[in-house]
Each structure stands twice: as structure tokens, then as C-alpha cells.
Design a protein around this ligand. Structure first.
Ligand SMILES: NC(=O)c1ccc[n+]([C@@H]2O[C@H](COP(=O)([O-])OP(=O)(O)OC[C@H]3O[C@@H](n4cnc5c(N)ncnc54)[C@H](O)[C@@H]3O)[C@@H](O)[C@H]2O)c1
Length: 351
């Protein structure tokens, strides 16, 4: 297997590469990443000299570069993690980047798959493309739930999903699309909920909870997600869609209280802040289709507290990792923060 992993320097891509190199001695992996603010090669230091791992910097919207790397390394399979992923950024500015990478970028990979006769391409997507479920609705997202995204991030991801379907139907491009729920685990960029809260608490600061905190997500460990994707590389049916989740629905407030308890803080550290505009209420995943293929996640609902505890320990033991990110990405973070402030000022002046 000569595998091109697009976006391998991000959170889930890193977890996937570290897992796959250990699990399969016959895999050769090329990590193709643009290294946006979210890409971090420090994640992969322990394998940078592994002869079965190579890094190539590149943008998935650049078809010439994709073709060059694919032919240089005789690539046979592709998994795409590369995306703009932070929902708040897609709301408060930079939406164009989301459409370019999450929709156009996927179409460029599909062309590269088609013209280079790649055997199999896994497009990693999200449950957010389905829109929102009601809090008390007795329903989960299945593979046939209509795509109806509410967030610009999710709409851009949905564009990529639809393009995969169209290339499968029109050109028989060998693609599989996955919809996974919220991931947690090591190496997550510290703007996302769990690492963000951990680092705020380590600095003695309060943690901001959007709205009433009752928005529900199904939380899965990134390594379980990685194992599901790896299974699909071998056993997934081409042209199909697979949902990935572990029946671990938790409200944001419940997650916040668990993080506080595991870190030895009380609920006085919670600060309720204005809700995210258009904030989806609930996501829940029916993953019976991939389970029937033989996927067995380790961190099921009853092991969530253990997974969360291990994750928090990892961040506490790797504070230098986050310090390096702040130093390297300070500029980018400042630009984003200024954009947020400007957008908040506009909201305030219009209310
Ligand atoms: N994090 C979650 O909870 C979650 C849940 C479900 C699905 N997903 C999907 O999984 C994938 C990975 O998510 P993540 O949380 O690891 O993201 P991330 O933001 O941590 O990493 C994204 C990576 O993609 C790279 N990248 C961005 N634009 C690129 C481009 N144009 N060309 C090449 N590389 C580019 C970045 O440098 C970074 O390394 C995404 O497609 C996301 O939609 C994430």
C-alpha cells in the first residue's frame, strides 16, 4: 500500500499516520499537507526518519503538484483529511478558504484519482453536513439522511461530499465518503473545545460555554476514527457512504463539567457566553453500517471518561507542544482574534 495522506499534519491525520505505520508493516505513507496554521510537523517528529514515511508540502487545490507527488511516489491509495475545520472561523471570516479547500480541493483530488488510476480514495467528511437534530428527537443520522448543512464549514464539506458522489456516478472514480462525529484525543489544535479548555484551566482562566451549553455531540476518540478509516481502505464498498460514531452523546455542558472535575476545578470556572450564530442543537450517528464490516471501537461510551482523562494527561504532559504552536502561529492567531473582535463589534452595534 503506497498511501497518500492529505492533511496528515493536522489532528486526526496525525493520529491516523501514527496508528497506520504501527499497525501495518507494509504501508508506505506520504503526508501531503499545505501546513496552514492547523498543520504541525512537530506532531510527527517521532517518525520523521522512518523510511516508510515521507512528507511533501502541497495544497490539495493544486492539481499539478498532486499529480507530481502521486507519480513520484507511485501512490496507489489516498485518504483526505485536508480541510479548513474550525466552525467559528467559517462564520467570522475566511469562508472563501473553506470553500476552496473543502469543496474545490476535493474535486482536484478526485481528478488526480481519476487520471492516475488510484485504486481507492477515502474522503473524510463530517456529521455536520446533515444539519441539526432536535434535542428530544428520537432519531440519528443514517447514511441516507439528506444533506442539509447549516454552518459555512459544513456546507463547504457537503460540497466535497456531493462532488465525490458525482464522480462515482459519472466517472466511476473509486471513492468512499465518511461522516464522523466530534473527535477528541492528542494533537488537537488548541482552538478546539477540549484542548482549549484544558489550556485555559492550566493558566487559571475560566472556560467559555456557548449559550445554555445543552448542544449535544457524539464524542469519538481520534484513534477509533483512524481505525474505522483504515478498515474502509480494505473492506469498504466503493461508491458507498459510511457514518462513524460511538453512541456517546454528551452536551457541551456535560463535557465541560467532566473536564473541570478531571482537572480538579469547580463549576465556578464556567463562564456562559453568547451562543454561536446558527449553533446546531444535536448530532447523533447511527454507525451500524460500518460496525457490520467489523469495526470495533475501543473508547465506547462506558470508556469515555478514561479516554478523556488520558487526553487531558497528554496535554498536561505536552505543554511545550502547545507553547511551540502559540509561538509559531501567533501571527495567524492574532489575525483571527482581531477578525473575531471586529465581527463581535459589528454584531453588538447592530443589536
Ligand atoms: N475534528 C473533528 O472533530 C472532526 C470530526 C469529523 C470530521 N472531521 C474531518 O476530519 C478531517 C481532519 O480534521 P482535523 O480536526 O484533523 O483538522 P485540522 O484542522 O486539525 O487539520 C487539517 C489539516 O489539513 C491541512 N490543510 C488545510 N488546508 C489544506 C490544503 N488546501 N491543502 C493541503 N492541506 C491542507 C492543514 O495544514 C492541517 O494539517 C477534516 O476533513 C474534518 O472535516 C473532523
Amino acid at each position: 500500500m503506497k498511501l497518500l495522506v492529505c492533511g496528515g499534519a493536522g489532528f486526526i491525520g496525525t493520529n491516523y499516520i501514527l496508528f497506520a505505520l504501527k499497525a501495518h508493516s507494509d504501508y508506505e505513507i506520504v503526508n501531503y499537507d499545505k501546513l496552514t496554521y492547523a498543520g504541525n510537523l512537530d506532531n510527527l517528529r517521532e517518525i520523521e526518519n522512518n523510511p516508510r514515511y515521507k512528507f511533501e508540502q502541497g495544497d490539495i487545490t493544486d492539481l499539478d503538484r498532486l499529480n507530481e507527488v502521486i507519480s513520484k511516489h507511485n501512490i496507489t491509495h489516498i485518504i483526505n483529511f485536508a480541510a479548513e475545520t474550525h466552525v467559528d472561523r467559517s462564520i467570522h471570516g475566511g469562508t472563501k478558504e473553506f470553500v476552496l479547500t473543502n469543496t474545490l480541493g476535493v474535486q482536484m483530488i478526485l481528478d488526480a484519482v481519476r487520471f492516475n488510476k488510484i485504486e481507492r480514495f477515502i474522503q473524510v467528511s463530517t456529521d455536520e453536513v446533515f444539519g441539526s437534530l432536535g434535542l428530544n428527537e428520537d432519531r440519528k443520522f443514517t447514511e441516507t439522511t439528506p444533506i442539509w448543512p447549516n454552518m459555512p464549514y459544513a456546507a463547504a464539506k457537503a460540497g466535497g461530499d456531493l462532488m465525490c458522489n458525482a464522480y462515482w456516478i459519472t466517472h466511476k472514480v473509486p471513492v468512499i465518503v465518511t461522516h464522523c462525529s466530534n473527535n477528541y484525543g492528542p494533537y488537537q489544535f488548541p482552538e478546539k473545545l477540549i484542548p482549549f479548555f484544558v489550556f485555559k484551566l492550566l493558566k487559571g482562566e475560566k472556560v467559555p460555554v456557548y449559550g445554555d451549553g445543552l448542544n449535544i455531540r457524539d464524542w469519538i476518540h481520534a484513534v477509533d476514527h483512524a481505525k474505522a478509516l483504515d478498515l474502509l481502505l480494505h473492506k469498504g464498498v466503493l461508491g458507498e457512504v459510511y457514518n462513524i460514531g460511538v453512541d456517546n452523546e454528551r452536551s457541551n455542558l456535560e463535557i465541560t463539567k467532566m473536564v473541570l472535575k478531571l482537572m480538579g476545578f469547580g463549576e465556578d470556572k464556567i463562564e456562559y457566553v453568547t451562543d454561536r450564530p446558527g449553533h446546531d442543537r444535536r448530532y447523533a450517528i447511527d454507525s451500524s453500517k460500518i460496525t457490520a464490516l467489523g469495526w470495533i471501537p475501543e473508547y465506547t461510551r462506558d470508556k469515555f471518561e478514561q479516554g478523556l482523562k488520558e487526553t487531558i494527561e497528554w496535554y498536561k504532559n505536552n505543554t511545550q507542544w502547545v507553547e511551540n504552536i502559540w509561538q509559531k502561529k501567533q501571527n495567524e492567531m492574532n489575525v483571527f482574534q482581531k477578525g473575531l473582535e471586529r465581527s463581535d463589534e459589528k454584531q453588538q452595534s447592530s443589536t
